[in-house]
Ligand binder design. Structure first.
Ligand code: NAG
Ligand code: NAG
Ligand code: NAG
Ligand code: NAG
Ligand code: NAG
Length: 549
């Protein structure tokens, strides 16, 4: 009896001592200074904190969910996120357990990411993939999109799906950031401002730390434009560097998937994870067999000795944006670059006038979207064809064709009346000639350039879009306070504090070089944190608020 009691006695004191030590450990882990601020936290900082045991992936998912809840449908109602992943917390717990058992798989282990709602995820996670349309609600894809599968294999956690311009802005003349399912998304930099698109939700969410990083997709401007507008880094990869298998398409000739992040370093980590050949997407067979580790391009002296060309005819026409762009040239020179100014595209006027792209996209959409739908395991609405989608919208006008601003499906109607005929193939050939041969490649060769630079809001996305060539955008500046906010129709097209970016363009598969140039510029300028989102759009929940609650 006696010995038993003394065992209990000492065990009790040992327990107290252990509790004391643990509470000390927690207290120090809890000190706000030791947690990264989720508004800006980098993937590397989060991975460090996870490795040191300061917090878990479960904590991260809880914190990001709370942040989404604060601003998505409440407060500023940014409508950046369409739906949350019901499996995210369970997957985070599994990845936390795996980390304890066998260490991290790599830099994305346990890192929460949001996907644009046109990137498919396997049915058993419980998320929909709809391009924002009720027409695809409840549809079951055969598998993860290849880019999603690659992120999953790297240990990333999907928090949910981001809102977008419905059908990646291919339904008709509808304001950027609107989808039937997600409603009208707006910018976190000025109330009711246009977030641009079509990867609007991916941009908004990343800008204010609703996820560690996001994926967007681009056909013509849909990654770089909302990245520019949301003060982010965006990489629009060469068509074929990242697989489009399982991504709701516009055009197999122009679509590409890429990262939207708060830094070039984060973008390099995500791009390295998602790039590579894929038997399910024949365009990826043009990509180099070996995907480089893009983080190896992160060198502060990457611009030293580099020649950059300025095609003046393609500037934005906005004096604030072009003024900031002009000023950036001095910075680039200080970093060792030679600026060739002007360096006009030899076919600049033809490019500005050409409408071949519309012909290509219309004919591609009809074929490619029907192919995507045919590959689904289940489509509860029964839509099969583009004609079905048009009829669905008409029949569900109160959800999809909402007056006064969101009624159009003119692009669908135009595309429905197309085939891949001789005119289509001529237009596609003309685009390759205009964008590649006599466009970007001719400009690089004529002026002996390593890359072309432009304000992202200039005539920037289209030459790269029709060529299928890469663009990397990085924060450049902000509209000044004396800019007058334009009327809300329903979004505000220009307003004080709206961010804009600087783009680096190159030839096919030159991402490694472009990432390096953009990194050198970013590290010399650190523009992103010079202006924050408007106060109500900054979520307050931090890791300290969710740990052990
Ligand atoms: C997906 O859509 C179905 C309706 O078909 C809905 O019941 C379900 O909640 C949605 N999933 C999520 C995660 O919102
Ligand atoms: C930018 O620089 C060019 C060339 O020096 C000049 O013509 C133009 O007016 C400048 N634009 C702005 C907005 O400062
Ligand atoms: C397509 O490009 C070619 C070559 O520049 C041009 O002649 C033609 O007018 C363009 N077609 C359209 C529809 O823009
Ligand atoms: C369909 O295409 C034909 C041939 O290009 C054209 O004449 C017709 O006006 C188009 N119809 C619609 C509804 O766009
Ligand atoms: C996660 C989330 O908040 N989803 C919402 C997106 O917007 C639609 C339309 O307002 C809501 O129904 C979802 O709940």
């Amino acid at each position: 009896m006696r010995t038993d009691r003394s065992w209990v006695f000492w065990a009790f004191f040992a327990h107290l001592g252990l509790q004391f030590l643990l509470s000390r450990a927690r207290a120090s882990a809890r000190a706000p200074a030791s947690f990264p601020d989720l508004y800006e936290a980098s993937i590397t900082e989060l991975q460090d904190g996870l490795e040191k045991g300061l917090f878990t992936s479960v904590d991260l998912v809880k914190a990001y969910f709370a942040r989404i809840e604060e601003v998505n449908l409440q407060g500023p109602t940014l409508r950046a996120v369409i739906e949350l992943n019901p499996s995210a917390l369970k997957q985070a717990a599994e990845l936390d357990f795996e980390r304890k058992l066998s260490g991290p798989r790599g830099p994305l282990h346990g890192i929460p990411i949001l996907l644009k709602d046109n990137i498919a995820t396997r049915g058993r996670d419980g998320m929909n993939t709809t391009a924002g349309s009720f027409a695809l609600l409840g549809s079951i894809p055969p598998r993860d999109a290849t880019v999603a599968a690659k992120l999953r294999a790297a240990g990333a956690i999907f928090l949910g799906k981001a809102n977008l311009s419905e059908w990646a802005n291919f339904r008709g003349r509808v304001p950027s950031g609107f989808s039937g399912r997600g409603g009208q998304a707006t910018s976190p930099y000025f109330p009711l401002a246009d977030p641009s698109g079509s990867s609007s939700g991916s941009g908004i969410a990343c800008a204010i730390g609703l996820a560690a990083a996001t994926l967007g997709s681009e056909t013509d401007g849909s990654i770089i434009s909302p990245s520019s507008r949301q003060n982010l880094v965006g990489i629009k990869p060469t068509v074929g560097l990242t697989s489009r298998a399982g991504v709701i398409p516009i055009s197999e000739n122009q679509d590409t998937v890429g990262p939207m992040t708060r830094s070039i370093a984060d973008a390099a980590i995500v791009l390295t994870a998602i790039a590579g050949r894929d038997p399910l997407d024949s365009f990826t067979l043009a990509a180099p067999a070996h995907v480089p580790d893009f983080t190896k391009a992160l060198k502060k002296d990457a611009l030293s000795g580099v020649r950059l060309g300025v095609p003046r005819l393609f500037l934005s026409g906005d004096p604030n944006i072009d003024g900031a762009f002009n000023a950036s040239l001095a910075t680039l020179k200080q970093l060792g670059a030679t600026i060739v100014d002007p360096a006009e595209f030899p076919d600049a006027n033809e490019l500005l006038a050409s409408n071949n792209e519309t012909l290509v996209l219309d004919a591609d959409f009809k074929v490619d979207v029907e192919k995507y739908i045919a590959g689904l395991l289940k489509v509860p609405t029964g839509v099969k064809t583009l004609a079905d989608l048009i009829a669905f919208n008409t029949a569900h006008a109160s959800e999809e064709l909402i007056p006064p601003f969101w009624t159009s499906q003119s692009e669908f109607i135009t595309a429905e009346n197309t085939t891949r005929d001789a005119a289509y193939f001529a237009a596609l050939a003309a685009d390759h000639d205009l964008g590649r041969t006599r466009g970007i490649d001719a400009t690089l060769a004529q002026f002996n350039l390593d890359a072309i630079i432009l304000p992202t809001d200039g005539f920037t996305s289209t030459p790269a879009a029709i060529a299928g060539y890469p663009v990397v955008t990085v924060p450049l500046g902000f509209q000044p306070d004396n800019v007058e906010a334009t009327p809300a129709e329903p979004t505000i097209s220009n307003a004080p504090g709206l961010p804009f970016g600087l783009s680096f363009l190159g030839t096919a598969f030159s991402e490694f070089k472009l990432v390096g140039y953009a990194f050198a510029y970013e590290q010399a300028t650190h523009t992103r944190l010079k202006r924050l989102a408007f106060p109500a759009a900054i979520p307050k929940t931090q890791l300290a608020d969710v740990i052990e609650k």
